[in-house]
Ligand binder design. Structure first.
Ligand code: NAD
Length: 435
């Protein structure tokens, strides 16, 4: 792609063209959709850079007494629709470019789902598997205090992501409540979502992303002439998203045929029991050694014949080589940005439909919104109320994407960005640009 003719916005902003850069890839895709709906140039420029990119360095004492200086990030991409919202990731590979990309995707995701949130993302460059629980607590508290007033219930609301969980959010919220003014302390519970149920969490949050993905399929499977009880699928990743998607899909009659995670790959020609595998992974940490299925190579995993292939692990795992191996009818993106642009183009050439992440995994942030709403209203909703609201949001988002793809004769990823951009553009139209 020629940056000068195809993406002069990034050129004007001084980016040096790098087709392998996840941030540039993300903005390229958004701006391609912007072309189809006449997004004005000033808005393209605004969306092509995050509003704020915060990097903090903070010391943490480890259990053996030594201190380490850690690097933490919070990138706030856009808040025209409401407070910034996005996950906090603890992983050794966390870097500014990836966090920026993920913050853009959050802006798009919240807009697509019609949630009153903007987009953000953050994280700490650390391997949480090498940390004790006490070390994780100290680093979470120190990171939260380093972020100071850059987060808050009405300003920027973190959530769990890879390497963080409900406990991390409990430490984060507790720290926020301890270091802030009394009024903020009262509302402090709403500073983070994905918290434990007995500390302001919401029913239905744990399975929300997998559940949302299944609702998207309710709308889009008929478009692909598929039915739940006649399809086989495989997943990369068997953590929160992968295992819940698998459990809920098998509940509808679909067959789980293969799983790959960081420990290995497994296959069963008839079916893998998704619930039994979830228990196994919870106790052992990975799918390797699961006796009720056959161990296979990574290559065999990617070339297993299935109807749906569900990446639910890291970004950029499906590159061109992997895409060439796939034997599926659709890729359903549970993870954020799992498919490279080259792989995307290859899949399109082979008529393999890609259901994009900002649609498929927006169930997580939707229930996060419901948690935030409950915290702010000092209420606890029953699970049925949460799941009904999730279903309504997901079906609405999937319908909007389906209609946009038809109206604009485009792929579903472009259609998702179109739906998101239209909403953002409408709000900029009425709010204007300050001052
Ligand atoms: P998780 O930590 O619960 O699970 C991650 C999974 O990825 C694990 O099964 C792990 O084994 C696997 N994995 C890690 N490295 C791998 C590798 N090199 N090869 C193969 N597998 C590998 O994480 P999660 O919450 O399920 O999130 C997965 C993805 O979905 C992430 O991209 C995350 O940002 C995205 N996401 C999550 C949610 C949510 O609600 N949890 C919401 C939206 C998006």
């Amino acid at each position: 792609m020629n940056r000068i003719t195809d993406n002069d916005v990034l050129t004007e902003l001084g980016f040096r063209y790098d087709p392998g850069d996840l941030y540039q890839q993300t903005i390229d895709a958004v701006l391609h959709a912007a072309d189809l709906v006449d997004v004005p140039r000033y808005l393209r420029l605004i969306l092509a850079q995050p509003k704020n990119e915060l990097i903090v360095h903070f010391p943490v004492q480890f259990d053996d007494g030594r201190y380490q200086l850690l690097k933490g990030y919070r990138v706030q991409h856009n808040n025209i629709l409401g407070p910034y919202k996005g996950g906090m990731r603890f992983h050794q590979s966390v870097n500014l470019d990836d966090i920026k990309s993920l913050s853009v995707l959050m802006t798009m995701k919240c807009s697509l789902a019609r949630l009153p949130f903007g987009g953000a993302k953050g994280g700490v460059q650390v391997d949480p598997r090498q940390c004790s629980s006490n070390e994780l607590m100290r680093l979470t508290r120190r990171f939260t205090s380093a972020l100071g007033s850059n987060i808050g219930p009405g300003h920027d609301i973190p959530a769990p992501d890879m390497g963080t969980n409900a406990q991390t959010m409990a430490w984060l919220a507790d720290t926020y409540m301890n270091i802030n003014e009394p009024e903020d302390r009262m509302n402090g519970l709403a500073v983070a979502t994905g918290k434990p149920l007995h500390f302001g969490g919401s029913h239905g949050r744990e399975q929300a992303t997998g559940q949302g993905l299944v609702h998207v399929l309710e709308v889009l499977l008929p478009e692909m002439n598929m039915e739940f009880d006649k399809l086989a699928f495989s997943t990369i990743g068997y953590g929160n998203v992968g295992s819940w998607a698998a459990r809920l899909l098998t509940e509808r009659g679909a067959i789980l045929r293969a799983v790959l995670d960081h420990t290995g790959a497994i296959f069963h020609e008839r079916a893998i029991d998704a619930i039994d595998l979830a228990h196994y992974v919870q106790s052992t940490g990975g799918v390797a050694g699961y006796a009720q299925a056959e161990s296979i190579s990574t290559e065999d995993f990617y070339s297993t014949q299935v109807d749906l292939f569900i990446p639910a692990a890291l970004e950029q795992m499906i590159d061109l080589d992997k895409a060439k191996m796939l034997r599926c009818r659709a890729v359903v993106e549970g993870a954020n940005a799992p498919t490279t642009p080259e792989a995307d183009r290859h899949l399109a050439e082979r008529d393999i439909t890609v259901l994009p992440a900002i649609l498929c995994n927006c169930g997580g942030v939707t229930v996060s919104y419901l948690e935030w709403k409950q915290n702010r209203q000092v209420e606890t909703w029953e699970e049925a109320r949460v799941t009904a609201a999730l279903q309504k949001t997901m079906l609405g988002a999937a319908q909007r994407v389906k209609i946009a793809a038809k109206n604009h004769h485009c792929d579903l990823r472009t259609a998702s960005y179109i739906v998101a951009l239209e909403q953002i553009k409408n709000v900029y139209d009425v709010r204007g640009v300050f001052p």
